[in-house]
Design a protein around this ligand. Sequence first.
Ligand SMILES: Cc1ncc(C[n+]2csc(CCOP(=O)(O)OP(=O)(O)O)c2C)c(N)n1
Ligand code: SF4
Ligand SMILES: [Mg+2]
Length: 490
Amino acid sequence: MAEKIKFGRPAGFFETFERRPGSIKKNMSYCPGCGHGILHKLIAEAMADFGIQDKTTLISPVGCSVFAYYYFDCFGIQVPHGRSAAAATGLTRANPDSIVIGYQGDGDLAAIGFNAFMQAANRGENYCVFFVNNAIYGMTGGQMAPTSLLGQKTATSPYGRNALSEGYPMKISEMVSQLESPVYVERVALTSTKNIMRARMAVRKAIQNNIEKKGFSLVEVLSGCPVNLKMKTDEMNTFIDEQMTKYFPLGVYKDESATREKVVRPTPVYDRDSVVKAIYREVGQEVSADYRAESSIFDRELRIKIGGFGGQGVLSLGLVMAAMGKQRNFNVSWLPSYGPEMRGGTANCAIIVNRETIGSPIVDSNCDLLVILNRPSMDKYLPELGENGIILYDSSTIKEAPVLKPGQKAFALNGADIAEEFGNLKCANAVILGALCAILKKHYLTEKDAADLDQTAFDGFAECFNGKEKIVKMNSEAYKLGLEAMAKQL
Ligand SMILES: Cc1ncc(C[n+]2csc(CCOP(=O)(O)OP(=O)(O)O)c2C)c(N)n1
Ligand code: SF4
Ligand SMILES: [Mg+2]
């Protein structure tokens, strides 16, 4: 057992909070009267007492406790809003010996992360969740939470929460306790010494279950946000004791800790070959591990961007190009941009090909190669083309040649027209890839690399359209048309 500190900073906290910006390194960032600090202390104490800091990961959510990792002296990760359960699942599955603690607010858990949370609970993932129900979105200034009470006035329910328009407050502990898998569910409050001691026991029980790998535990903590509820601390506690607990009664909702067997899932596999086999499909020709393309264009990182309308095959062209790089032992990244751009605007993807480690998958400047399939993308991405960059565009859809800076080069091919004549407009991206490879062969690759390029493209199609022989064949034919058409022009 680690040293117990009754009236001071528990050993589960950092000595000073060096990660906090600014000069205040001793105090937490929470408002006076906030429940987060009290709960933090209970968790930190328990971690130190159980001696588990070295194998514990606490997942900070988005919400006022977003910076929990500033305080807890254990491993910490900070996830996007509502994604705690996904990260926890990955952590506990990949390393079943680790202790994983989810810490979530009512917005994070019961709104944006509700489905992920319930699914993790339903799967009985081996971790525990501390759920801070303060009946409000604290961090963002007091909007209504799924747990705000009926009649409660918030920034987004100024006349009070109304069941007819906003529904009833969500009883998370009650819901989770109805699932088969969870082992322990309790609701506690932080309003008095007695309640805090009860909460302390609950925190310990949940962590103990986690240590013993008994599955999923939830402790819902009714907690104060005096700032956003515009109350003094004592009024806040009265609000919790008299109003919140009426709707959210305290108590144990489920406890099978004493009888639960240890949850044992299949042992994760880490050896390299098995992982590679599981992740990558076996396609194309064997590539030797020491394969190195020798052309000077590969001496540094290649930054590529493809832009066009959603539906023009922009993303799959990028995938094929990334697969080509991968097949030849380059590190590659492929970063698609979806969202509203898919509905008629410009879709794009960025590909990076590098012999060395790739720092960031983002390409928004110094682009070496732009492949442009529609006019709006030309306008949008041409400014990103680097000093000696090349642009290849589809002249079936873009009639005006781009205005280039010195050193830049443009190539054009009527890819869509060729694909239409070929009998499938969807293959325009493969025609353009053929054109690109013709340009590379003629101007940028050594003989050895050029000789290998077509096969690399075919392997790329095979990888991306794995098992769809017809599509692979069709794209390979379209590729050849683009290759020949461009070769004639050059
Ligand atoms: C994807 C996403 N959507 C919305 C937000 C804005 N946001 C930040 S915190 C928050 C609510 C946090 O409330 P809660 O989980 O109850 O935590 P509290 O601050 O009350 O502890 C929201 C909506 C965000 N950061 N990310
Ligand atoms: S806004 Fe509310 S939840 Fe956030 S730190 Fe302040 S009191 Fe706590
Ligand atoms: Mg909240």
